[in-house]
Ligand binder design. Sequence first.
Ligand SMILES: Cc1cc2nc3c(=O)[nH]c(=O)nc-3n(C[C@H](O)[C@H](O)[C@H](O)COP(=O)(O)O)c2cc1C
Length: 512
Amino acid sequence: MLELIHKAVEAPRECAWISASDSGVSEVVSVGGPPAGRPSGFALAPVYPEWLGDRGFTAEHGARFNYVAGEMARGIATPKMVIEAARAGCVGFYGSAGLPLAEIRSGVEDIKAALGPDARSWGANLIHSPQEPGQEKAVIDLFLSQGVSRVSASAFMRLTADVVRYTALGLTRAHDGSIHRANHVFAKVSRAEVAEAFMAPAPEKILQELVAAGAITPAQAELAGKVPVAAEITAESDSGGHTDNRPASTLFSSLSIARARVCSRFGFPQSSIRIGLAGGIATPQSVAAAFQMGAAYVLTGSINQSAVESGLSPAGRALLAKAGPADVAMAPAADMFEQGVQVQVLKRGTLFAMRGKKFHAFYRAGASYESLPAADRKWIDDVLGEPFESAWRATRSYIEKVNPAEAARADTNGNKQLALVARRYLFMGAQWAREGHPGRIADYQIWCGPAMGAFNEWVSGSFLEAVEARTVRQIALNLMEGAARITRAGQLRSMGLPVPAELFSFRPVIFE
Ligand SMILES: Cc1cc2nc3c(=O)[nH]c(=O)nc-3n(C[C@H](O)[C@H](O)[C@H](O)COP(=O)(O)O)c2cc1C
């Protein structure tokens, strides 16, 4: 009996034949073909990794698996990572946030050249950038001109005209009367109220303003008033980088309820909006659990940063490979330091989080460099690796170019000066990590969630323990295969079978 249970889990693509006795106790009687010479009971259908999640998602985006390799800013999710994810049958998003337009363009061109003009299983990231007026418009214009048909929109607190314009420009009415989308928005959210804005049709006011400006046609505005702005909603729970640290289980149900609310208000079928899950997806158990909750797709981030296709330096990837699930910390964000915004980063092997928090504590206390005790001034100079005065000069000459008003304000405000110098240090921490600066390991800023440590524990002792073996393909295929087996184990357990605990795990294997 136990042997057949093992076989049924280890071969999820085979039918498992189950018999039920009069007392209702189930038994696996054969795996593969029907049992010979015994009452056959019923067959438990195969579980394919390809069938986990919403098959409408794979059909829409030309993928084999309901699995997305998520965008990682400043090119950490490289064009190569996107290409390899798509070739493995997944969807890949280019980490275009924070890159200059010319670099985004060349990355998009590389992806298109490698995957061909008809490939649908990739996209790029549009990050909400309120501090850089005009940036979102320029990025959307670039995506439209380059034919980027999938855009992951992140960090939005409300809809903007450019997101609506992108969606509306791709809408047409098909012969059968249905509305066809050529431009797909994946909205990454961690709150129901933000999700609802993307699930609802675009607001009439924005549509009319776009029509008046000649940005979309009245026909496109009419269609946009009838469909959700985004058909794909990524629920971002506790993750690397910017995060509200929300637990996946509560966030997913909250967004599902929000979808039911929006769909009933606008008369949409609930299947017109797919909700995927991101944050902490790192092991076969977490993938299986996400699909069991009803996630249409899963999206991974942190774990791909340690893969060979990542834009992070080998030194940074080696640090990631040593992390445990608790080796993360929140640290001040470079771009929103003064507002107290934080990002989740790797703690083990770097002092970045601690140093960033100390800078922020000085700032919050209203200090300037001059007002601090000598010991703190020495600490600052040591961390900066140069006297504060010279760090301020370098910072000022940069700020003068991008935001002269801010530079002028800081001239007479020592607390602001301290903030700007700290921001530069935080920013450089990410750059040193990307470049693998050997003298600055203690200052590496590496965005990372608990997913990384959970992954390291899972792959420990397997071929995936070695960072050189970590490809987005091997990671994705192992996660999906393991999730299929765990799903099968769960099916058997829910029939009352005594499924051993070890069948709810999966040891990585090399996929050819
Ligand atoms: C290094 C790094 C950079 C990221 N940059 C972005 C980004 O630019 N835009 C974005 O929407 N999400 C970004 N994310 C979030 C990921 O796309 C993904 O949603 C998240 O990492 C999933 O959670 P996980 O880290 O637990 O896997 C980043 C994550 C990491 C680890």
